[in-house]
Design a protein around this ligand. Structure first.
Ligand code: HEM
Ligand code: HEM
Ligand code: FES
Length: 555
């Protein structure tokens, strides 16, 4: 909730700055047009709604930033995060006098806060005023762009729109600063005329010397107030730690070797960070990416607080079951828990939006394909290693493309063989049809490859494919970077066995009748065998297809 409010307050401020900078850009044309543009700007922002939204966002954003500083336990920020925080902090000393000198000067002294007043004051003042005024848009823009980049980079549309956003991020500030600079030069030129500035200030209803001193004092007090709040928050942090230490200890077991104990109050992600345990957190702990998710168990699991609606939404997006929580949002009460991070620490933005209901393990009806090149050892004999790798890679590309085009998931390459899964996102019948389609496409791809390489290989490559379907355990398995979604169980073993039977039946494809029935495919024209499978009761009926490309006739 806090994160979302801060983001929305950031959006409002960003929109304000964009309109302000677009207005400044008109300074490239003339002072008159610049001031005319301001009337549209004033129409948008100088009304009760505009002012409430703008100043509500400004103060809200500031207090939410302080709150997030208080809540964060481990101040181990990335260099980008540090940059954003420091730039955010700089906005106050740079911008205070500008806001006080325009809005508050209008409220207190009836000053007309237009470009003549702001630019005239800069010309009349010393160079520090100009540096501050032109430093402000740079600092604000960088601060906002870093924030928006981190908020948006996980969204699926971001990559597509990046070139356009990049152009906007460059053009808006350059246009605004250039327009303001040209306007400042124009006013400085006009100020050479005697009495010009005096006339300009008079029309802007400039306050008395005393009034101006008062505005500076208010600006200074605002900055001191912000600093006091910042120091207050920083000193409240150790007190909070003391208080929480008295409340009890949280113990987390990551595995047999790694266990962490910390005072209550930290999130699981913060505990990982404090203990130096690598933990994925693509959004930096803002509860948006889901990459920090952990399976949580242990004797005190029942004590855990329920997930907030925001956390539930993110968990639902990735289809997480009840025992999975976001490590960056969960602050366990004192107790003993077991946690298993579900993504490798190196997980990137892609994982954040990938929906895999099977990722946490479950039984699904899938079709499995195993394929192998027949007699590859004799083909590779007498060839240079370079040629063998080249040949294999062409074969892998052709088969991989055939599997993906049919809607399957390439599971792994094992030596010169390949395993693929169908049905992770489709119904059983569609899965079985996809598997048959993939086999046919692989046959076609192999014919094309043989033709293309006829001069390079003595004999054409031949393939053996085994297909079977059934309920299978599917889940993310492995360790660290070697973790991926795969399937295990009888169905997989049988598909692999059918692939080896292609040699015995001198066929390119051996497919179980079970899969054909599910697919609604009639292969009764092909020879049928009842085969015995080790570890399985009863015999399995299969069909052997000599040339897999003949399957083209299948619908
Ligand atoms: C990106 C950095 C800037 C921020 C965040 C900013 C912010 C503000 C704010 C909050 C106001 C008060 C508006 C109101 O209460 O309605 C204001 C007014 C104004 N600013 Fe800026 N400003 C920035 C840069 C500049 C620059 C570079 C100039 C050009 C010299 C400029 C010229 C003005 C003028 C002329 C007004 C009076 C507009 C009006 O209220 O009609 N600002 N600005
Ligand atoms: C016109 C002025 C400002 C604009 C346009 C702006 C814009 C933004 C945006 C778009 C974000 C990203 C929101 C998110 O990720 O939740 C953000 C975050 C933030 N802003 Fe601002 N901001 C402004 C002023 C300030 C000020 C005055 C401060 C502090 C004194 C500040 C401190 C922060 C902090 C601490 C964050 C969050 C960083 C984090 O959670 O890691 N901002 N801002
Ligand atoms: S770190 Fe992104 S959701 Fe937890």
């Amino acid at each position: 909730m806090v994160g979302r409010l801060r983001l929305w307050s950031g959006y409002v401020l960003f929109f304000y700055v964009v309109t302000h900078l677009l207005n400044h850009t008109l300074g490239l044309i003339s002072l008159r047009i610049l001031e005319a543009g301001r009337h549209w700007f004033v129409l948008m922002w100088h009304n009760p709604i505009g002012q409430t939204v703008l100043y509500g966002a400004l103060f809200g954003h500031f207090f939410l930033a302080l709150w997030s500083l208080y809540r964060r336990r481990a101040l181990k920020l990335s260099s980008w995060e540090w940059t954003q925080w420091i730039l955010g902090g700089l906005i106050i000393p740079l911008g205070a006098i500008h806001v006080v000198g325009t809005r508050l000067a209008h409220e207190l002294y009836g000053v007309e806060p237009g470009y003549p007043w702001v630019l005239g004051s800069l010309v009349a003042g010393d160079w520090t005023g100009i540096v501050r005024q032109f430093g402000l848009p740079l600092v604000v823009w960088l601060h906002a762009c870093i924030g928006l980049h981190f908020a948006w980079r996980l969204r699926p549309w971001y990559r597509t729109w990046l070139p356009l956003l990049y152009a906007i991020a460059l053009l808006v500030p350059v246009g605004g600063i250039a327009g303001a600079a040209i306007a400042l030069r124009d006013v400085a030129d006009l100020a050479q005329q005697p009495g010009f500035l005096a006339n300009l200030f008079e029309r802007a209803h400039v306050p008395t010397q005393e009034g101006i001193a008062n505005l500076y004092a208010i600006s200074r007090n605002l900055q001191i107030g912000a600093l006091v709040l910042l120091v207050g928050v920083l000193s409240a942090r150790p007190l909070r730690d003391l208080w929480e230490r008295r409340a009890g200890v949280v113990r987390l077991d990551y595995d047999e070797r790694r266990s962490v104990a910390q005072p209550t109050g930290l999130t699981i992600l913060e505990m990982s960070r404090v203990a130096g345990i690598p933990h994925a957190s693509v959004c930096g702990g803002r509860g948006r990416c889901s990459t920090c998710r952990v399976r949580i168990g242990g004797q005190d699991r029942a004590k855990l607080p329920a997930a907030s609606p925001d956390e539930q939404k993110v968990l639902a997006r990735v289809g997480a079951p009840a025992n999975v929580r976001l490590a960056c949002q969960l602050r366990p009460p004192p107790g003993h828990y077991r946690v298993t991070p579900l993504l490798p620490a190196s997980a990137g933005p892609v994982e954040a939006y990938r929906r895999q209901p099977q990722a946490h393990g479950g039984e699904h009806y899938v079709a499995i394909l195993f394929a192998d090149i027949r007699g590859f050892t004799s083909i590779s004999e007498g060839k240079l290693p370079y040629d063998v790798v080249f040949l294999l890679n062409r074969y892998f590309r052709a088969t991989g493309q055939a599997i993906e085009a049919a809607g399957g998931r390439l599971d792994k390459f094992i030596g010169d063989g390949v395993m693929a899964i169908f049905g992770l996102t489709s119904e059983p019948q569609a899965a079985c049809r996809q598997a048959l389609d993939a086999a046919r496409r692989m046959g076609d791809a192999l014919s094309d490859l043989n033709e293309a390489m006829s001069g390079d290989i003595d004999q054409p490559l031949r393939i053996g494919i085994g297909l079977h379907s059934g309920p299978t355990i599917v889940g993310e398995m492995g360790y660290a970077r070697a973790t991926h979604l795969t399937a295990i169980g009888d169905t997989v073993n049988i598909a692999s066995r059918l692939e080896t039977l292609t040699k015995e039946f001198t066929a390119e494809l051996v497919v179980s009748q079970e899969l054909l029935d599910r697919a609604g495919a009639d292969l009764s024209a092909y020879e049928s065998h009842d085969v015995e499978i080790r570890g399985r009761q009863g015999r399995l009926t299969v069909r052997a297809v000599k040339k897999v490309s003949e399957l083209t006739a299948l619908s």
